[in-house]
Design a binder for this molecule. Structure first.
Ligand code: ADP
Length: 532
C-alpha cells in the first residue's frame, strides 16, 4: 500500500492550495483510515483507504502525465461518484488539468454541447462506462483498478505552460444557462480550497464520520461533500443516483455503510419520510443531515426532526459560483412559529451584503435586497462568456474603487434583527427543481426549437406535497400541425437533463398577456392548477 508522495514534477505552489494537496493531506497522516465507502449492492460494502486512494491518484496521474497534455487543458470526467472517480478528479488536479464532471445520464446532445464549448483534450470515463462516438478531436481514456487505459491519445500541442498555478481552474461545472447553452462555472484551486477552509471551520464532520453524498458528480454539491469528508479525514459514502431515488435502497446503503451524516437536496427525504419512516428512524448512527440547493419544506423538516431527534440539521445556502456561502444549524426542535429558515451569515472568511434595486447597500433588518457575496472562494468566470461573467462578478458596492469584485447572486434576502439572513426568492426566472438549478429560459428555448412550436413559456409550479414541478405551455406555429405533448417531451429529453424536462405540457392557441404585454405567468399557473 503506498502513501501519497509528491511526484518530482509537482508544482511549487503554496502548500495546500491545490485541490489534490488539500484533500489528500489525510493520506499522509492516517493512511489506513477509510476514505471512500461504497455499497452498490446489498452486502457488498467496500472500503478504499486513504493510502489506496492515494495510490490510485498516483497511478492515474502517471497515466495522464504520459499523455503529455498541455497544463490547464480540460478533461471531461464522465462518471458517477465512486472511489476511482474521486481518484481521477484528484489525479487531474495533480496533473495540472481541469476536470469537467458530467453524469453518464447526460443526454448526448447536451454532452456534445459541453464538448464543443469546453474543447477538452480528453474524455475520461470509468472502465465500464458506455459512452461512445466521441468527436475525433478529443482523446478518450478509461480509469479502472489498474490505472488508465487510453483508447485514443489526445492530439499533439505546442507547450506554452511551465507549471500549474493555484489560480488555474480546478474544475468547470456546467449548469443551466439562459442562452440555451449550458453555462460553465470555472472554479480555481485557490477558490475551492478557500471554500473548503471556510466550511471546515464549522466543524461539520470529524475523522470518524462517514459522509453520505447523494448528489451526482456533475454538481458541485458532490465536490462539497468530497471536500468535507476528505478535508476532515473522514470517509465519503457516495450513494449511486439510481439508488437515491428509491427510499429502501437509499436507507439500505446508509445502514450498511454506517453513514453518520447524509448530505443532499431536501427532496431526497420526501419518499423515505412518506414510505419508510420506521427504517429512517432506525438509522441510529446518523448524527447529522446537511441540505443545500433549495428551501426545505418545513412540514417535512419537522417530520425529519421527529424521526431523527438527535441529528444536527444544517441548512447550507449558496450557488455553484462560490460552491456555497453559508452553513446554519436548524434549531432543534424547530419552534412552531418559525415560518422561514435562516441561512445564517457567510462562512468564516466571507461576507454577505444586501443591495437594493437602486444599487444601495441595505443594512436595516427586514428590508429586502439582493445578496452580494465577498469571498476568497468566488468562481473565476463563466467559461467563454465574458458578458455573463461581468454581470455576476461586479465591483464591490461598498468600495467600487478598490477593484475587488463580489458575486451578485440573483438571490433576494432580508436580514433579521440579529444580522442573520433569510432567503426570499430570486430576482430572475431561475428555479430549483428537486434542488437542481434550472433556467426557465433554457427550457423555453428548447421547446421553441421543436418544428411547429412558435412560442413557449415554462413555469415551476408548487406540488401539493412540497417541492416544485416544471410545466410548459406551447403555442403551435400558424398553419403547422400542432406538436404533441409526448413528442415535445421526448424532444426536450434528447437535449436536457431529466430534471429540465417539463412534466406537464399544455398546448395553447396563444399565451395570455398582462396589461403591459408580458406573458401572464400567473394566469398560466392558474390554468395549470385547473388542469390537474
Ligand atoms: P448548489 O449546487 O450550490 O446548491 P446551484 O448553483 O445549483 O447551487 O443553485 C444555487 C441557487 O439555489 C441559489 O442561488 C439559491 O437560489 C438556491 N439555494 C441554494 N441553497 C439554498 C438554500 N439552502 N435555501 C434556499 N435556496 C437555496
Amino acid at each position: 500500500m503506498s502513501t501519497v508522495s509528491q511526484p518530482p514534477s509537482a508544482p511549487a505552489g503554496p502548500a495546500g492550495e491545490f485541490l489534490h494537496d488539500f484533500l489528500l493531506a489525510a493520506a499522509r497522516h492516517t493512511p489506513d483510515a477509510p476514505a471512500v465507502i461504497e455499497s452498490p449492492r446489498p452486502g457488498a460494502t467496500t472500503v478504499t483507504t486513504y493510502a489506496e486512494l492515494g495510490a490510485l491518484v498516483d497511478a492515474y496521474a502517471d497515466g495522464l502525465g504520459a499523455l503529455d497534455i498541455e497544463t490547464g487543458s480540460r478533461v471531461v470526467l464522465e462518471s458517477d461518484t465512486t472511489a476511482p472517480a474521486v481518484a481521477a478528479l484528484l489525479a487531474c488536479s495533480r496533473a495540472g488539468l481541469t476536470f469537467v464532471p458530467v453524469s453518464p445520464e447526460t443526454p448526448r446532445q447536451r454532452l456534445e454541447s459541453i464538448l464543443a464549448t469546453a474543447r477538452p483534450a480528453l474524455h475520461l470515463q470509468a472502465a465500464d462506462g458506455t459512452r461512445t462516438g466521441l468527436p475525433p478531436t478529443t482523446g478518450t481514456a478509461r480509469f479502472g483498478p489498474d490505472g488508465l487505459t487510453v483508447d485514443r491519445a489526445p492530439g499533439p500541442h505546442r507547450p506554452r505552460r511551465r507549471v500549474p498555478c493555484v489560480t488555474d481552474p480546478a474544475y468547470i461545472i456546467f449548469t443551466s444557462g439562459t442562452t440555451g447553452r449550458p453555462k460553465g462555472v470555472v472554479m480555481s484551486h485557490r477558490a475551492v480550497t478557500a471554500f473548503y477552509r471556510g466550511m471546515l471551520a464549522h466543524r461539520i464532520a470529524a475523522p470518524e464520520d462517514r459522509v453520505a453524498s447523494t448528489s451526482p458528480l456533475q454538481f458541485d454539491f458532490s465536490l462539497l461533500n468530497i471536500g468535507l469528508a476528505l478535508g476532515s479525514g473522514a470517509a465519503v459514502v457516495p450513494v449511486p443516483p439510481q439508488l437515491v431515488r428509491w427510499p429502501r435502497h437509499l436507507l439500505r446503503v446508509l445502514r450498511e455503510t454506517g453513514a453518520t451524516q447524509v448530505n443532499g437536496v431536501p427532496s431526497i427525504w420526501r419518499q423515505p419520510l412518506r414510505y419508510e419512516p420506521e427504517r429512517l428512524a432506525a438509522l441510529d448512527r446518523l448524527r447529522s443531515v446537511l441540505f443545500c440547493g433549495e428551501e426545505f419544506p418545513l412540514p417535512e423538516l419537522r417530520r425529519l426532526q421527529e424521526l431523527l431527534p438527535a441529528a444536527r440539521i444544517i441548512n447550507c445556502y449558496g450557488a455553484t459560483e462560490s460552491m456555497a456561502a453559508s452553513f446554519e444549524d436548524v434549531p432543534r426542535p424547530l419552534p412552531d412559529d418559525v415560518e422561514r429558515l435562516s441561512i445564517g451569515v457567510a462562512h468564516p472568511g466571507a461576507e454577505m451584503l444586501l443591495v437594493d434595486a437602486s444599487g444601495t447597500v441595505v443594512d436595516r433588518p427586514g428590508v429586502p435586497g439582493e445578496i452580494h457575496l465577498r469571498s476568497p472562494a468566488l468562481f473565476s468566470g463563466y467559461w467563454d462568456d465574458p458578458e455573463a461573467t461581468r454581470a455576476a462578478l461586479v465591483p464591490d458596492p461598498l468600495c467600487p474603487q478598490s477593484g475587488q469584485v463580489v458575486l451578485r447572486t440573483g438571490d433576494l434576502a432580508v436580514r433579521g434583527e440579529d444580522g442573520a439572513f433569510f432567503f426570499r426568492g430570486r430576482t430572475d426566472s431561475q428555479v430549483q427543481i428537486n434542488g437542481n438549478r434550472v433556467e426557465l429560459a433554457e427550457v423555453e428555448r428548447r421547446l421553441t426549437e421543436f418544428p411547429g412550436a412558435a412560442a413557449a413559456t415554462a413555469l415551476a409550479l408548487p406540488l401539493p406535497d412540497g417541492g416544485l414541478e416544471l410545466a410548459a405551455f406551447v403555442v403551435p406555429g400558424a398553419g403547422r400541425t400542432p406538436p404533441d405533448a409526448g413528442a415535445l417531451r421526448e424532444f426536450c429529453a434528447a437535449a436536457l437533463p431529466p430534471y429540465m424536462v417539463p412534466q406537464q405540457i399544455q398546448l395553447l392557441d396563444a399565451l395570455p398577456v398582462t396589461a403591459n404585454g408580458k406573458v401572464d405567468r400567473a394566469a398560466l399557473a392558474d390554468a395549470a392548477a385547473r388542469a390537474v
